[in-house]
Ligand binder design. Structure first.
Ligand code: PLP
Length: 234
């Protein structure tokens, strides 16, 4: 079998991203450490609030899955460049933005209340296009955070499927910043298991390896790829 050895002289600097390679390597190592296939875990590059010059090198080396937390910002950044990409909404969704979100995103990860489920169901009907949906669970029950409370998750999932006729792909969570994330990831995995949802969006720059150990099928990584966002509170 022939061995193809990369020749650095033939690799343009624009076609490498050390940050992306490092994150992918850490993801793969975390997966292998628990006997998982690294290919089971999708990297969602969180491009919110990043200048284009930070995003371009990662796009150029073939990253195709990006996460954004605001509908408007995402559309401004990606509308002209969305072909071939998978764009995921990972921030809270207001019902008055549901139509735009359904038309624009391939995945919506922040489904967290009956009113939104109802409006999404209507918009999916009307658009004839169905983004893949994740129910966001507020595992830390933080009042300022989006997501359905863990104790309400089973009933909400059942209502999404039954009452609103939605097909769900998985669950998403953002653990409290100041707590050990492992228990939150374990809780999300448990809620997923008992509801037949095996896709779990969990883990960010500071904890994606832990999330992979607990079964994450996608991790949402921003600052470890792009550098710190230079604004407070996010
Ligand atoms: C900003 C954000 C991320 C990425 O956070 P980093 O710590 O920069 O990796 C992931 N998930 C959600 C929901 C976010 O809002």
């Amino acid at each position: 079998m022939a061995l193809v050895v990369a020749n650095p002289a033939h690799t343009s600097p624009a076609l490498t991203s050390p940050a992306l390679a490092a994150v992918r390597e850490r993801m793969a190592a975390a997966a292998r450490a628990v006997g998982r296939d690294p290919a089971e875990v999708t990297l969602v590059a969180v491009s919110k609030m990043q200048p284009w010059e930070n995003i371009e090198p990662i796009l150029a080396v073939g990253q195709t899955v990006f996460g954004e937390n605001r509908v408007q910002e995402a559309m401004e950044r990606w509308s002209e460049r969305a072909a071939g990409l998978e764009l995921r909404l990972i921030g809270p969704l207001q019902t008055n933005k549901a139509r735009e979100a359904v038309g624009f995103f391939q995945v919506i990860e922040s489904l967290d209340r009956p009113r939104l489920a109802k409006v999404l169901a209507e918009e999916i009907q009307r658009a004839g296009a169905a983004p893949r949906l994740y129910v966001q669970v507020n595992t830390g029950e933080e009042p300022q955070k989006a997501g359905v409370a863990p104790g309400d998750a089973d009933a909400f999932i059942a209502a999404c499927r039954g009452e609103y006729g939605l097909t769900l792909e998985g669950l998403m969570c953002v653990p409290p910043a100041e707590e050990e994330p492992a228990m939150h990831f374990a809780l999300l995995a448990k809620i997923g298991r008992r509801n037949g949802l095996s896709k779990l969006s969990m883990g960010m720059s500071g904890d994606f390896e832990t999330a992979i150990r607990f079964g994450a099928t996608s991790v949402r990584v921003g600052s470890a790829l792009f550098g710190q966002r230079d604004y407070p509170g996010a």
